[in-house]
Design a protein around this ligand. Structure first.
Ligand SMILES: [Zn+2]
Length: 166
């Protein structure tokens, strides 16, 4: 999985971080873990990822201590939780440039309902809110699609706190 090392990469922690989370599926797996998905089958059905690929990615994330396996479920470690601001910034960038209808998801401070800016600062109390206190809900650019959602998608599409198990 390691990228070819170049002179420039040796002194760049972005290159090192991308060796861990730069592969396409990996950040999506981590995102779903923040959304409360914990079971292999739920990751597989949510992501539509080939099971062999999912097996490899989960194994790698456990090996790198981004996820830990507890009673057959995959949970974010403290190291994994530190990826939230990365995901948040990338989602904001995607909304800004590729979501003409507005943000696909809205983030609020669960305690007071205040809207969070892209750095997760609450418009009501001014605090920077960490992942477990973030409430996520469908935003103005949210597209529910035509099909009846499976039970996991339906739960993901209702307002809920990050990391709350599905
Ligand atoms: Zn607040």
């Amino acid at each position: 999985m390691a990228l070819p090392s170049t002179y420039a990469d040796r002194n760049c922690s972005l290159a090192r971080a991308l060796e861990i989370v730069g592969e396409r599926w990996t950040l999506l797996i981590v995102r779903d873990a923040f959304f409360g998905i914990r079971r292999f089958g739920d990751f597989a059905s949510q992501l539509g990822i080939p099971r062999a690929v999912l097996t490899n990615r989960l194994k790698f994330l456990v090996q790198e201590n981004v996820l830990e396996r507890v009673d057959g479920e995959y949970l974010l470690t403290a190291k994994g939780l530190r990826l939230w601001p990365v995901l948040r910034a990338m989602m904001a960038w995607g909304d800004e440039h590729y979501s003409p209808g507005g943000a696909r998801r809205t983030f609020r401070h669960d305690a007071d309902g205040g809207l969070l800016d892209t750095g997760d600062r609450c418009s009501t109390c001014g605090e920077v809110v960490s992942a477990p206190d973030v409430r996520i809900e469908p935003g103005p650019g949210f597209d529910p699609g035509n099909a009846t959602p499976d039970p996991v998608s339906a739960l993901l599409n209702t307002p809920r706190r990050l990391l709350e198990p599905l």
